[in-house]
Design a protein around this ligand. Structure first.
Ligand code: ADP
Ligand code: MG
Length: 203
């Protein structure tokens, strides 16, 4: 994978970090943003205000790495608040909808480095827009993998553990776990079952 080494003069670009839950997207986003801060670049970070799982005004990884951010309701709010930032981080991008594609392109066209992290599939394995569209227009793409909680293999699916039909269900390790293709059960709730046992509960 080629990663930009320095902030180039006069051009911007889009980087996408995608994968399933627990794959380290937020950790990787924070790592890249911290490196930009060490390089004394002006950095700003956004997340959708619906994501209040750990903190209202930080992006937070499952390993508790965190960075202050602006929570915003719409992708267009990013344009209003971006100021003169050279590097723009956006976490949980799947909650922004298709408007984010135009916003990210515009920021990159203005000469900024745009780093977007988000889920590439929903709990049913359906590509989660706008990530597929962002992957198409991005200069740099990273697909991160988690560890399957059943067998330890690389995992790229999010297993929902509780029965809810809606696509967006905020949660963490009590609600989802990472699974490989073999152990992922998208149809687990077609039966009467309301909650799947965690992998380490099922023995
Ligand atoms: P994401 O943003 O992709 O959901 P995070 O960056 O928030 O992921 O969290 C990654 C961290 O989650 C890992 O460093 C590890 O501490 C923790 N973790 C919990 N379950 C798993 C798993 N099944 N596979 C990998 N990491 C996991
Ligand atoms: Mg995350």
């Amino acid at each position: 994978m080629s990663t930009p080494r320095a902030y180039p003069v006069g051009t911007g670009w889009i980087e996408v970090v995608c994968g399933c839950m627990f794959s380290g997207k937020t950790e990787e986003l924070i790592r890249r943003l911290n490196r930009a801060r060490y390089a004394t670049q002006r950095v700003v970070v956004f997340k959708p205000s619906v994501d209040v799982r750990y903190a209202a005004e930080d992006i937070v990884s499952h390993s508790d790495a965190r960075l202050p951010c602006f929570p915003v309701t719409d992708a267009s709010d990013i344009l209003r608040r971006v100021g003169d930032a050279q590097v723009v981080g956006i976490d949980e991008a799947q909650f922004f909808g298709m408007e984010l594609v135009e916003v990210a392109n515009r920021l990159a066209d203005e000469g900024r480095r745009v780093i977007v992290a988000g889920l590439d599939q929903d709990y049913r394995g359906v590509p989660f827009e706008p990530i597929p569209q962002l992957l198409a227009v991005a200069e740099y793409v990273t697909k991160a993998m988690a560890v399957c909680m059943v067998c330890g293999a690389p995992a790229n699916r999010s297993q929902r553990l509780v029965h809810r039909e809606r696509r967006v269900l905020l949660g963490s390790s009590d609600t989802y776990e990472a699974r490989c293709r073999l152990h992922w059960q998208p149809d687990a709730f077609d039966s009467e079952q309301q909650r799947l046992p965690l992998a380490d509960e099922s023995g």
